[in-house]
Write a protein that binds this ligand. Structure first.
Ligand code: NI
Length: 194
């Protein structure tokens, strides 16, 4: 990996070494609200959103705050126990909270990229995932208005990661057999309190 690749991979995980104790405590508290590996909701396909009401928008805001506290760059509805097709993300720390509802990938580039990814639902797991470098996505915003996006780099990666969640797919389903085995060991050790 080049230096540049490494930076991007770190961003996706966004595990800043400089988290102060207060931020760490907030992160811990937020992570308790995120469903973890083993929860069947993470292996389930979420259903289309049909109603764009205040409830949906409140949920988007709530998930945005949770994601921020958890120091993540994306959070899918499945991860908070809602089987509905939407997710939030923010790739630019100072950028707005983005929310995509009923997202569909219309096109993906033949060119692929491999980067390390982490996931708030898989504590301490980091695996390499290969994905198309560039995608076109159509979705709706939180008011039901159509959105068309053509994205690359980190944004394309985050969107594909979160869209996978809506289909019950996790990063360990998309990595090499060896890395998957290693990840399963990490998760088992965590569960048994090592
Ligand atoms: Ni994830």
């Amino acid at each position: 990996m080049t230096d540049n690749d490494q930076t991007e991979a770190e961003e996706l995980r966004r595990e800043p070494p400089e988290l102060d104790p207060e931020m760490l405590a907030r992160r811990e508290a937020a992570l308790r609200h995120v469903r973890k590996f083993g929860d069947p909701v993470l292996k389930s396909r979420a259903a289309e959103v049909e109603t764009f009401d205040d409830g949906l928008r409140a949920e988007v805001e709530r998930m945005g705050l949770l994601m921020e506290d958890a120091v993540g760059v994306g959070l899918a509805a499945n991860q908070v126990g809602l089987l509905r097709r939407f997710f939030v993300y923010r790739v630019d720390e100072d950028g707005p909270l983005e929310a995509l509802v009923n997202p569909v990938i219309d096109w993906e580039s033949d060119q692929e990229e491999t980067f390390e990814e982490g996931c708030l639902s898989l504590p301490q797991v980091v695996v390499e995932v290969t994905r198309p470098a560039q995608i076109r996505v159509s979705a709706q915003d939180r008011f039901g208005e159509p959105i068309e996006l053509e994205v690359e780099g980190l944004e394309a990666r985050v969107i594909q990661h979160e869209l996978d969640h809506l289909n019950g797919v996790l990063i360990i389903d998309r990595t090499t057999r060896g890395q998957r085995r290693e990840a399963m060991r990490t998760l088992r050790d965590l569960e048994s309190g090592f």
